[in-house]
Design a protein. Structure first.
Length: 246
């Protein structure tokens, strides 16, 4: 996909045809998460490999950020996979990832250091309780549903104020609607919490209208498109930028 211009938004179907990273690119990133010892825990390696090969999330986010130079704040960064995808894609924006899961952050920070990823920092933070000072671009990937509605709205309002004139807000989230995909997303997230991969249980899934209302009220223009790929989930990609001055 061609990069967007600094002030542009994609049309509604811009991301619908994206596919996951190819096998070679996925394996190069996943290998960084392989254990150092042959008998070590390979959970992060296999999770990363399967995630990258099956989910068009990162191609969508890379396309949304390509062409920007603003620092990226990744809220709910997990292992920091976005940092690896950005650097592999040739994108050099300073990256700061924060997440509530201290174990994941520690493992991700160690791998990022081992890979000598430049301008990458991962920290432990509960974004439901605090948000860091930041001006640039912000990504929120697969985490809004773990906040109750009032905290979602408050977070989005704070984040909207962080988006620089040439920065972008990029959100990937499941949406609440009446589709079978929506029901599958809810069951999958509950299962991830039960088995311990996600520390938090899902609280509330946003609606498309609700997201637009909050962000447009905060002065952003919004584009929202499905990002299903071959998955059964009701995943959508939202890209928002400040409304250009008249």
């Amino acid at each position: 996909m061609h990069p967007l211009s600094a002030d542009s938004l994609p049309d509604a179907g811009a991301f619908s045809s994206l596919r996951p990273l190819d096998r070679a690119r996925s394996r190069r990133i996943a290998r960084a998460f392989a254990p150092r010892h042959p008998l070590g825990n390979r959970h992060d390696y296999f999770y990363t490999l399967i995630k990258l090969r099956s989910d068009p999330l990162y191609p969508g986010v890379l396309a949304a950020l390509r062409g920007t130079r603003a620092p990226v704040l990744d809220l709910g960064c997990g292992l920091g996979l976005l940092a690896h995808a950005l650097r592999q894609d040739g994108q050099a924006q300073p990256y700061r990832g924060v997440d509530i899961d201290g174990d994941k952050v520690a493992r991700g920070a160690r791998v990022a250091a081992d890979c000598c990823l430049p301008n990458v920092r991962l920290e432990v933070m509960d974004v439901g309780m605090e948000t860091p000072d930041h001006s640039g671009s912000v990504t929120i990937l697969d985490m809004l549903q773990f906040l109750p509605p009032d905290e979602q709205r408050a977070l989005l309002a704070r984040v909207a104020a962080m988006i620089a004139p040439r920065g972008r807000l990029v959100i990937r989230t499941g949406l609440q609607d009446e589709s079978g995909r929506s029901r599958t997303s809810r069951l999958s997230d509950r299962f991830a919490n039960l088995v311990g991969w996600m520390q938090e249980r899902p609280r509330s899934y946003p609606t498309a209208d609700g997201l637009r209302q909050v962000l447009e009220h905060a002065g952003l223009q919004v584009s929202l498109a499905p990002l299903y790929g071959s998955t059964p989930f009701n995943n959508w990609l939202l890209v928002a930028t400040p409304v250009p001055p008249a």
